[in-house]
Design a protein around this ligand. Structure first.
Ligand code: TXA
Ligand code: MG
Length: 348
């Protein structure tokens, strides 16, 4: 199969390009498309053959469910059985946006979409290409991130192409995705609401509306590893192709330790890339072999650049040393991805 890439300007949508994508989706094909978070690998939610294709193409374990993307609040009823009051409240505030809600699944939704769970993940992306595509198809689009399973999520069309070329029909190239990190996943089907995956919509922000919400810290809980609440939790995720070593602790010690580790590893013949904040970069006297993820004071910028910089570094080096950020607000989501991607965490 030849994978085509069609450019599409999110601010000036060309209907003929979207019609082409809809035609493919109607035939049961797969289309990668931009959202405000990362690129998704989309198929028609109600076509079981498309859903099976998504799992096969990604190499995704069959027990890891997909997110269903909708374009209007009316569509929630197509996929959700009962909508709790709390869901209405969150949808009103955050849809469209980088928030995914886990809700009871309607029987009409093929169980394969949800890996045979009685629940379904629903999200309304805040991106003109994604929204218009769903509207034109007139059916919710099931889509995981458009990468091979366990790899870093794609934030550009070329990231998608590198991994999925020859395996999908079409990539809609709408440029770099603005937010750069996957959506916050909130489960509303248990006694208490909780965050399964942190994202740009932070715990602090959600607590303003749902004071009782908690975040699952699955990395520190062996119980959860045995029986994960979100199937996605038990798999290795977001990994670059080379070892990533994460440094946590207070600055400037953190920066000094990174520099020390770099020298030690280079003495052994490794090619070491650094992923630093602007502040770290300046503190260390503007070293070579680095990618700058943004300023400590601007975690949104760091989130947006994170996967880009990881993909750049893995092309050139044999190991990456990463400066950890403070775990508050968006920093929590950034650190969640970095912890999952790392083979070692060094606390200084
Ligand atoms: O920003 C995003 O969410 C992107 C864009 C494309 O929308 N999508 C994305 O999908 O990151 P994916 O498949 O890479 O991650 C979905 C996460 C997984 O961790 C999965 O286990 C969890 O959501 N999930 C999906 N359905 C679920 C369900 N019914 N119950 C619990 N967790 C669920
Ligand atoms: Mg993913």
């Amino acid at each position: 199969m030849k994978t085509r890439i069609l450019q599409i300007d999110p601010l000036n949508l060309k209907p003929e390009i979207l019609e082409e994508a809809v035609f493919i989706l109607r035939r049961g094909g797969l289309v990668a498309f931009p959202t405000e978070t990362v690129y998704g690998l989309g198929g028609d939610t109600f076509k079981v053959e498309s859903i099976k294709k998504i799992y096969k193409t990604k190499g995704r374990p069959i027990d890891n469910p997909l997110i269903v993307h909708i374009s209007s609040l009316d569509e929630v009823d197509k996929v959700v059985k009962e909508i709790p009051d709390m869901a209405y409240k969150l949808m009103e505030i955050f849809f469209p946006g980088p928030l995914t809600l886990i809700l009871p699944r309607k029987e009409d939704v093929p169980p394969e979409v949800s890996a045979f769970l009685p629940t379904v993940a629903v999200r309304m992306p805040a991106h003109p290409v994604a929204l218009t595509l769903i509207k034109l198809l007139n059916s919710p689009i099931a889509a995981p991130s458009a990468n091979k399973s366990s790899r870093v999520s794609p934030v550009t069309a070329s990231h998608v192409y590198e991994e999925l070329k020859g395996e999908i029909d079409l990539i809609l190239d709408g440029g770099k995705t603005p937010l750069g990190l996957e959506s916050t996943v909130v489960d509303l089907t248990k006694k208490l609401p909780f965050i399964l995956r942190p994202g740009v919509i932070s715990l602090e922000e959600l607590r303003e509306f749902i004071p009782s919400i908690e975040e699952i810290n699955y990395l520190d809980s062996s119980d959860l590893l045995e029986k994960p609440l979100s199937p996605g939790m038990k798999y290795k995720h977001y990994s670059p192709k080379i070892p990533l070593i994460l440094f946590t602790g207070s600055i400037p010690n953190l920066w000094q330790e990174i520099q020390k580790e770099k020298i030690e590893r280079e003495d052994k013949g490794e090619r070491v890339g650094l992923l630093l904040t602007e502040e770290g970069f300046n503190y260390l006297g503007k070293p070579k072999d680095i990618a700058i993820m943004g300023s400590i004071n601007n975690p949104m910028e760091v989130a947006s650049r994170l996967y880009l910089t990881l993909r750049d570094l893995e092309k050139e080096f044999t190991a990456i040393l990463v400066e950890g950020l403070e775990e508050k607000g968006v920093g929590r989501a950034i650190m969640n991805r970095l912890k999952k991607a790392s083979c070692k965490i060094i606390k200084v």
